[in-house]
Every structure is written in structure tokens, then in C-alpha cells.
Design a protein around this ligand. Structure first.
Ligand code: KG4
Ligand code: ZN
Length: 348
């Protein structure tokens, strides 16, 4: 095992069929096939369509990853797969593929948590994680603040969204503004031309009373409604909607709350390392404001490059490689796909 265990990771929790190969902390391949275009006309991911797309893309994507990495399946030390959370049917395709590989090759199988994998992926870019680290995980399905003493088996939840996930809010607001699905990257792009102080949208769960009850929780549903009402009022009055300004003002409200609570969590837990992961961590404004606030607070900030923030197989391989390196036991071959796997359960 020169350079650490060679692990292939499979990710199928949503609409990306991801197959990554990692040796220890080194990323060798990151092959992704996305069915996003098949969902665009529905304005959201259609589970059945996603599952079928995984089934078709799985073997070609595994082959592509092996070619990219220059390895043969026989060379692998272990297989890792997202066991949850995610779309049930989509997860089943990845888990079934991973079990088949593990049995055929006689290699150990690690069923891992998608959210822990979003955190672990940064290892292939910036090296081993500080222990503990605080992680802000923001994606289309989840928004959580985590205390992570050990990403391979000890992840603790400090707070999470009580309604919409951050990415979901981006996608819904994008739709209100007439931008394509998935909306996050489009809001990010048009917001660069806008004035973020144009509308003072609400900052959810930041008032004194809310901070007492929901210190590290998030809420984006009120913000989303507030943007929709603002746009409707404008349209009713027959006035043009300043899309860039609204996008920038909305984005500012989301990013302000996310970074404020993440820095607070670091300070109140005496942890000077923050990691931001998940699809929304690709957001330009989030990255800039997080850097600024962490610098001011003396916190060391780590963020994977945007391409590794959205769903991919490399993140699953990265977490699998850590599990093998730390001597964690493999999962049982009858491991389930758990669509609502709790964030605190790292391995199935
Ligand atoms: O982690 P991810 O790829 O899938 C889930 O596990 O959910 O996250 C997808 C989410 C989508 O809601 C998408 O709009 C959002 O991440 N996203 C962004 C950006 N890139 C992706 N949101 C804001 N700014 C971006 N640049
Ligand atoms: Zn994700």
C-alpha cells in the first residue's frame, strides 16, 4: 500500500453519478456523469429519472475513473459508497453497484455518510483535517453546523436548518427570478453585477430570542418568501425587476447568516479551524465573506475547490481511504441504503 490505501468511491445520492479514486490523501480520478439536464425542465430532480440515469451511467463512469487513475479494479484495496442520506432509489443503484464490486473483487466495502464525505473531500486538497474542526455543510438538501472530532467516526451536530436547505433557497429564488435550474450557480453569477444592499432581506434566526433557542440553526424559508413577495409587488406595480440586485441582496442575507453562525460556533467551542463544504460552498460570495470573517477572528478556513464542493465520487473515496487508514472495520455486505441517514452516523 505505498502512499496509502487505494479506494474507489461511488456517489449516487442525487443526480450525479460520481466515481472517484483516491490513494491515501491523493486524488487520482474524479469521474462524474450528471443527469441534471434531464431534470431542468421539471425545475427539480425527479427521483425516478435520476435512478435510471445512475443505472445507465454507472459502469461507463467506473471504467472512466479507472482509466483516468491508471489503475485496474484488481489493484483496489477497498470500495466506498454513499449509503445515505439522499434519494432512496438513487442510493440503491450506487449501493448495489458497490456491493457487486466488493463481492466480485473480494475487497472490503465501506458504506459512508454523504455529509461526512463532503467534509472529508478537503483532505485530498489540503491534507488531513485538524481534530476537532467545525464544519459548515451547505448543500441542496442540507445545511448543518457540525463539530467534527474525527470525520471517520465522530461527527456531532450543533445545528441545522429548521426548514429549507441553503441550496434549496438558492434554487427557489432563482426560479422566482426566472433563472434556470439548478439556480445556485446562476444566482452567484448574476449577483456579481448587483448591489447587495439594494434590499435589506431578513436574516433568519438571528434575533435575540431566536439566538437563545436556535443558536446554530438556520431558517431560509422566510427569506425565500420575502424575496418572492418583493418581486411580486414589483411586477404588480408594472415595474421591471432588478434581477441582479435582488439576487445579490438575497445571497448577501444567506451568506451573512451562514458565516456569522459558523464563526460563532468556532469561537464558542474554542475551535480555530473551520471547513465549509457542500454544493453551496462553491458560492463566490460565501467564500469571500467566510475568508474575511475568519481572518478577522483568527480562524483557519478551509474550503475544497468549487469542483469538489458539488457532489462527486472523490469525496466518498476520500472518506473511505481515511477509514481504511484509521483501521475502521468494513461495513456488512447487507448494509442498507438509508435515505434519511442522520448526519451523526458516519458509517452504515
Ligand atoms: O452538494 P450538492 O451538489 O448536492 C446535494 O447534496 O444537495 O449541492 C447542490 C446545491 C444546489 O442547490 C445548487 O444550486 C447549489 O448547491 N449550488 C450553489 C452554487 N453551486 C451549487 N449555490 C450557490 N452558489 C453556487 N455557486
Ligand atoms: Zn451533496
Amino acid at each position: 500500500m505505498t502512499g496509502g490505501p487505494l479506494v474507489l468511491g461511488i456517489e449516487t445520492s442525487c443526480d450525479e453519478t460520481g466515481v472517484g479514486i483516491v490513494r491515501g490523501q491523493i486524488l487520482l480520478a474524479d469521474a462524474v456523469a450528471s443527469s441534471v439536464e434531464e431534470h431542468a425542465r421539471f425545475g427539480g430532480v425527479v427521483p425516478e429519472v435520476a435512478s435510471r440515469a445512475h443505472l445507465e451511467a454507472m459502469v461507463p463512469t467506473i471504467e472512466r475513473a479507472c482509466r483516468e487513475a491508471g489503475v485496474r479494479l484488481d489493484d483496489l484495496d477497498a470500495i466506498a459508497v454513499t449509503a445515505g442520506p439522499g434519494l432512496a432509489g438513487a442510493l440503491l443503484v450506487g449501493v448495489a453497484a458497490a456491493k457487486s464490486l466488493a463481492v466480485a473483487l473480494g475487497k472490503p466495502l465501506y458504506g459512508v455518510n454523504h455529509l461526512a464525505a463532503h467534509v472529508a473531500v478537503d483532505i485530498v486538497e489540503h491534507g488531513l483535517l485538524a481534530e476537532p474542526t467545525i464544519a459548515l455543510l451547505v448543500s441542496g438538501g442540507h445545511s448543518s453546523l457540525l463539530l467534527v472530532p474525527d470525520v471517520t467516526h465522530d461527527v456531532r451536530s450543533l445545528g441545522s436548518t429548521i426548514d429549507d436547505a441553503a441550496g434549496e433557497a438558492f434554487d427557489k429564488v432563482a426560479r422566482v427570478l426566472g433563472l434556470p435550474f439548478p439556480g445556485g450557480p446562476h444566482v452567484d453569477r448574476v449577483a456579481t453585477e448587483g448591489n447587495s444592499a439594494f434590499v435589506a432581506f431578513p436574516r433568519g434566526l438571528t434575533s435575540g430570542k431566536d439566538m437563545a433557542r436556535h443558536r446554530y440553526d438556520f431558517s431560509f424559508s422566510g427569506l425565500k418568501t420575502s424575496v418572492a413577495r418583493w418581486v411580486e409587488a414589483r411586477e404588480r406595480a408594472g415595474e421591471p425587476v432588478p434581477v441582479a440586485d435582488v439576487a445579490a441582496s438575497f445571497q448577501e442575507a444567506v451568506v451573512d447568516v451562514l458565516t456569522r453562525k459558523a464563526v460563532l460556533a468556532c469561537q464558542e467551542h474554542g475551535v480555530d479551524h473551520l471547513l465549509i463544504g457542500g454544493g453551496v460552498a462553491a458560492n463566490t460570495r460565501l467564500r469571500a465573506m467566510a475568508q474575511q470573517r475568519c481572518d478577522a477572528a483568527g480562524i483557519l478556513l478551509r474550503m475544497p475547490r468549487p469542483g469538489l464542493c458539488t457532489d462527486n465520487g472523490a469525496m466518498v473515496a476520500a472518506l473511505g481511504a481515511q477509514m481504511v487508514s484509521k483501521g475502521r472495520s468494513a461495513s456488512a455486505l447487507d448494509l442498507p441504503a438509508d435515505s434519511s441517514m442522520p448526519v451523526t452516523l458516519v458509517q452504515a
